[in-house]
Write a protein that binds this ligand. Structure first.
Ligand SMILES: [Zn+2]
Length: 294
């Protein structure tokens, strides 16, 4: 039955000719696809779709990456202008700060349900970080789409218990006027002038929505943890295995990691920097750009 499947129409020019009566064989002559031909067509369409669809989705990824890069630059600019307005003193970055203490931190309150400094509703409350110390520096500049610049457009994940995607995707290096972690040999920067090489020190990074809670990404610089990603906080790699990182000279760039993986946190679909591989080239790369030796 299948072999005789006829799909196409009869030939439009085929008319019975009265002068030469057609034989029964000619009467049944039609232009038709066999099942095999049909399958070949379907397979060809499937192959073309497989080639073309990913290419079609790439510009969207690139668009999100570009917006995220722009967000990072805007945050850096606010960070630099704050220091300039305060005689070179860096904005406070102490971690989770209660909203009653908005004059201590660039970013107040924790946004992860169950995490440090969290209260219900903080995860989607954009007012919270607009009331932090950098709020006025993004709110008053023309063309800056605050508070949207605190959130990466690729960060659409919803943490268990949260009301929606987090309002903030970026975190600040804990060594930038935050706190010491793992060693006293590295510099805890409180002023711009302490940095020997600002272009080699990161300030903002897109943190994994599984670990982002307060305003800092905690980077442990103890010697014993070289070659491993020993930090409790990880970087999200949502732009084709890359992350936007902002540096202390005001430069932001999309950094491609050597190795990424699916997160081991509560949201398994998040792509993060690979924390399992040893030696961990990516961890060493970031740690080299976290602080300088005293
Ligand atoms: Zn991003």
């Amino acid at each position: 039955m299948l072999g005789s499947l006829h799909i196409a129409m009869t030939n439009g020019n085929h008319r019975p000719n009265a002068a030469s009566p057609s034989t029964p064989k000619e009467k049944t002559q039609t232009r038709a696809f066999t099942l095999i031909e049909l399958l070949v067509v379907i397979a060809t369409i499937a192959i073309l779709a497989a080639i073309l669809l990913p290419a079609h989705s790439r510009p969207k990824n690139r668009g999100e990456g570009a917006l995220c890069l722009n967000n990072t630059k805007e945050l850096l600019l606010a960070w630099l202008i704050y220091a300039s307005d305060n005689n070179g003193k860096l904005v406070g970055n102490p971690g989770a700060v209660p909203i009653t203490n908005t004059n201590r931190s660039w970013c107040v309150a924790g946004q992860q349900p169950g995490g440090v400094g969290y209260q219900q509703g903080y995860e989607t409350n954009t007012v919270l970080f607009m009331h932090g110390l950098l709020g006025p520096y993004v709110r008053t500049r023309p063309y800056v789409r605050a508070p949207k610049i605190f959130r990466c457009p690729a960060d659409k994940f919803i943490f268990p218990g949260a009301r929606g995607p987090f309002a903030r995707s970026y975190a600040m290096n804990n060594w930038m006027n935050g706190y010491v972690l793992g060693t006293t040999e590295a510099i805890l920067y409180t002023r711009e002038a302490q940095m020997r090489s600002p272009s080699n020190l990161f300030v903002f990074i897109h943190e994994d929505p599984n670990t982002i809670d307060d305003g800092t990404i905690a980077i442990d610089l103890s010697r014993s943890t070289t070659n491993s990603w020993n930090n409790s906080n990880t970087a999200a790699a949502l732009h084709n295995g890359s992350t936007n990182i902002g540096f202390a000279d005001g430069r932001a760039e999309l950094h491609r990691w050597q190795s990424t993986m699916k997160s081991t946190g509560k949201i398994k679909t998040v792509i993060t920097v690979n924390t399992m591989v040893r030696p961990n080239i990516d961890a060493n790369w970031l740690k080299k750009r976290t602080s300088e030796h005293r």
